[in-house]
Design a protein around this ligand. Structure first.
Ligand SMILES: NC(=O)c1ccc[n+]([C@@H]2O[C@H](COP(=O)([O-])OP(=O)(O)OC[C@H]3O[C@@H](n4cnc5c(N)ncnc54)[C@H](O)[C@@H]3O)[C@@H](O)[C@H]2O)c1
Length: 261
């Protein structure tokens, strides 16, 4: 029987790569994305066509679902769709995230602060709270998994990204807490913290810093290059797999050494 996962923010970037890698590992996947812009977020989010393209390259193994991670109803629907359409749910990947603001903390509007905190933190909570009863019901030996995508900004402070840093620190705290809540049930919860990865968010961050190109971020990482979404996806899929059975509450840095010191 194929394992089944839900991935949020799945229409492009790290989320789309995670869908690809999970399918390669034998999963069936519900690919969820908002597919619509958020006014306070200063760059375009994914389009319905991008989500359709992810689904199209996997045939029956992937079902697309337009939904917002901040909505309890939408996340509940994702869980119900997984169990109804594919018959089970083994893993959820809280990947959807946005970056906004690009100002000093005291200059950030309440609307931008709320957008960053709500998508990154509330969105992670909404997915987990919708999925937890099903993952617990799988039983202690079922290798049920939660993975959240945090960031190097979750363990460091970054210039003009205080809201994003606060949100990603909160994601790590949430994962550590829920790992304790779920440990008695055999469900693990971990975070993956990417460094600068070649996606739309990085392009938006380059604008925040007034850089001519996102390539300039490569120098922040000891390995001297940007990361590819496939490199983050590989760690996510490993944490979803039975191989990671002894790991819970961990923050796995996939950052080319950015947070070594
Ligand atoms: N790219 C990097 O350098 C980097 C570094 C560290 C962490 N991250 C994190 O990786 C994750 C994936 O980002 P990415 O780099 O692939 O960027 P991205 O912008 O390409 O992908 C994010 C996806 O999430 C979707 N999304 C946004 N808000 C949503 C919502 N409310 N509900 C549902 N879907 C929503 C977007 O439409 C988009 O498809 C994010 O959590 C981000 O914070 C990225």
């Amino acid at each position: 029987m194929n394992r089944v996962a839900i991935v949020t923010g799945a229409a492009r970037g790290i989320g789309a790569s995670t869908v690809d890698a999970l399918v390669n590992d034998g999963y069936h996947v519900i690919a969820v994305d908002r597919c619509r812009d958020i006014p306070e977020v200063p760059y375009a989010l994914a389009t319905p066509a991008e989500l359709d393209a992810v689904v199209a390259r996997h045939g029956d193994a992937v079902l697309g679902l337009v939904g917002d991670v901040r909505s309890a109803t939408d996340m509940q629907l994702a869980v119900e769709t997984a169990t109804r359409h594919f018959g089970r749910l083994d893993a959820v990947v809280a990947n959807a995230g946005v970056v906004a603001a690009g100002e000093a903390l005291w200059e950030i509007s309440d609307a931008a602060w709320d957008a960053v905190l709500s998508v990154n933190v509330l969105g992670t909570r909404r997915l987990i709270e919708a999925a937890a009863p099903t993952l617990i019901a799988n039983g202690k030996d079922a290798q049920s998994r939660i993975v959240a995508v945090a960031s190097s900004a979750g363990s460091t402070g970054l210039y003009h990204l205080a809201a994003y840093s606060a949100a990603k620190h909160a994601v790590l705290g949430l994962i550590r807490g829920v790992a304790m809540d779920l440990a008695p049930y055999g469900v693990t919860a971990n975070a993956v913290s990417p460094g600068s990865t070649r996606t739309a968010i990085l392009k938006a961050s380059a604008v925040v810093y007034g850089l001519s190109s996102e390539e300039e971020f490569a120098t922040q990482q000891p390995i001297g290059r940007l990361l590819e979404p496939t490199e983050i996806a590989a760690a996510i899929v490993w944490l979803c797999s039975p191989l990671a059975s002894a790991i819970t509450g961990a923050d796995v840095a996939v950052d080319g050494g950015m947070t070594i010191s």
